[in-house]
Design a protein around this ligand. Structure first.
Ligand SMILES: [Zn+2]
Length: 492
């Protein structure tokens, strides 16, 4: 029996057989005398090759946290692996699990991070409640499943936050295909979606007139991504598609600069009050647009010349395509969103509350609390004779970095043009290149203090990396390996 390629409402087929005969094929018995069908693989036994998306409202603040279902939708064809169903990467602040209720067998799991998880670490979360949208996506279950979302505690161990029985034949599940919007085009394609990483690039703030620019930006920045290892040598493992969704006008919302615009994906600057932090809060708009194409990862190019971007693991990556540093921002933010890499920088202002002192081991693959140097998670990449922690000219770097930040703040406060800020970044980049070239352990893997917004208590693997500075020397060996692991799980 050929597996249906679209979810069908089994109960409707039974209850409305006379009215809806077309739906009955999913439950039809094999024709007598027909050759026996091959044994279904594990994926086909439990899932249809469609994507189920559960829209969630994540509400919290003042010590409260609630996840609630807003709606359940068909999110297009399933583009993910059909063999790597259980997540073994261990990344993300949250973990979604799909279980078989009678046996509690784990059918599918995936780690992810969310806007809520970030907002929760801002000062605002102490004094107000807030609701943020997010969604979980998994292959379409053939039978009712139990969906569990877990979150990490202060020791980074997962605990159940949400559980709900989801019956794919329930009336609440909308079987309609995502409504068509925009048009999808192929940047390059190397093979079937289930054994390739499918990257979908969307644009926001590009008017119809700007679409040729969007195409140029996509080709340019995707081209840049694949000049960096390990993307360069793994390019054949990727399909890249892009979606044209024109905005009514050029640019996106920048409230701190008094630029008020509404765009299809609602991407904006000033997320959590940080002027260079660019994301969309509107997960529903993002997912409805992205559902036009099969995807494992999303990148959003923003048609703006003001420096900015953002990246959240298994959620979204953004990049202001019009700045002088778009190459760096695109690759850096994609590192967050694709491989759960943490920021290795620590001297810049961020919206999060920092300086808490005693850290559990971070889940990010490129940041460690270095409680036990012998058990360091990247110990096998540390060359013999490299001290842990690894010495570097930390104070001198901090002094230089803070001086550049003070100049940048002054420029921004004085209403400087984006090109002036870019020029300062170029000067800083050259100064940092000179600085690192004198470092004894440049190019070596160790544990260098200062990472993930913390000057003390957290360590990064290399003295420099694209997750640390804009010198664009590429990903350090630890980040490269983390990216390769994600590619491996999506291509088997
Ligand atoms: Zn790194």
């Amino acid at each position: 029996m050929k597996a249906p390629t679209r979810p069908v409402r089994a109960r409707a087929a039974l209850a409305g057989a006379l009215l809806l005969p077309a739906l009955s094929f999913s439950t039809a018995a094999p024709v007598a005398g027909a050759p026996a069908a091959p044994a279904p693989d594990a994926f086909s036994r439990d899932f249809l090759p469609r994507t189920m998306r559960i829209n969630l409202f994540h509400t919290g603040g003042k010590g409260v946290e609630i996840l609630a279902v807003e709606g359940i939708r068909d999110d297009g064809p399933w583009a993910g692996s059909r063999t790597q169903l259980v997540d073994e990467l261990g990344l993300g602040a949250y973990l979604v699990e799909v279980l078989d209720p009678p046996t509690q067998r784990l059918l599918y799991s995936r780690g992810y991070s969310s806007l809520f998880g970030e907002w929760e670490t801002t000062a605002e979360a102490k004094s107000v409640h807030r609701t943020l949208r997010e969604s979980v996506r998994f292959p379409w279950p053939r039978r009712p499943v139990q969906v569990v979302v877990k979150r990490r505690d202060k020791q980074n161990l997962f605990h159940e936050l949400f559980t709900q029985l989801v019956d794919p034949s329930a009336r609440e599940v909308n079987l309609a295909s995502p409504p068509q919007q925009g048009s999808v085009w192929t940047v390059f394609e190397n093979g079937p979606t289930e054994t390739k990483v499918d990257l979908l690039v969307l644009g926001d703030g590009y008017s119809s007139k700007d679409l040729p620019k969007f195409h140029d930006d996509v080709k340019r920045l995707v081209g840049v991504l694949f000049t960096y290892e390990p993307f360069k040598s793994r390019q054949a493992d990727f399909n890249v598609r892009a979606l044209d969704v024109p905005s009514p006008q050029s640019g996106v919302l920048r409230p701190q600069s008094g630029v008020y615009l509404r765009t299809p994906l609602s991407v904006q600057y000033d997320v959590f009050g940080s002027e260079r932090y660019v994301l969309t809060y509107d997960d529903q708009a993002l997912r409805e647009a992205a559902a036009q194409a099969p995807y494992d990862a999303i990148a959003i190019l923003v048609n703006d010349s003001v420096y900015g971007g953002g990246g959240i693991y298994n959620d979204q990556a953004t990049c202001a395509a019009g700045t002088g540093f778009a190459d760096y921002v695109f690759v850096h933010e994609f590192g967050h969103a694709f491989a759960g890499l943490g920021d290795e920088y620590y001297t810049s202002d961020v919206a999060y509350e920092t300086g808490r002192g005693d850290f559990p081991e971070p889940w990010e693959p490129n940041v460690t609390a270095l409680k036990d140097p012998d058990a360091l998670k990247w110990r096998d990449l540390v060359a013999a004779g490299t001290p842990l922690p690894t010495p570097w000219s930390k104070e001198a770097f901090e002094k230089q970095s803070l001086a550049y930040q003070a100049r940048r703040k002054k420029l921004l406060a004085g209403g400087a043009a984006p090109s002036e800020v870019d020029a300062l970044f170029r000067e800083q980049r050259e100064a940092e290149k000179r600085f690192f070239s004198a470092e004894k352990y440049l190019g070596k893997v160790g544990a260098f203090e200062g990472a993930s917004y913390e000057a003390h208590g957290l360590y990064r693997p290399s003295v420099d990396c694209i997750m640390f500075t804009r010198t664009t020397g590429g990903f350090c060996p630890v980040c490269r390996r983390a990216i390769e692991r994600v590619i491996d799980t999506q291509t088997r």
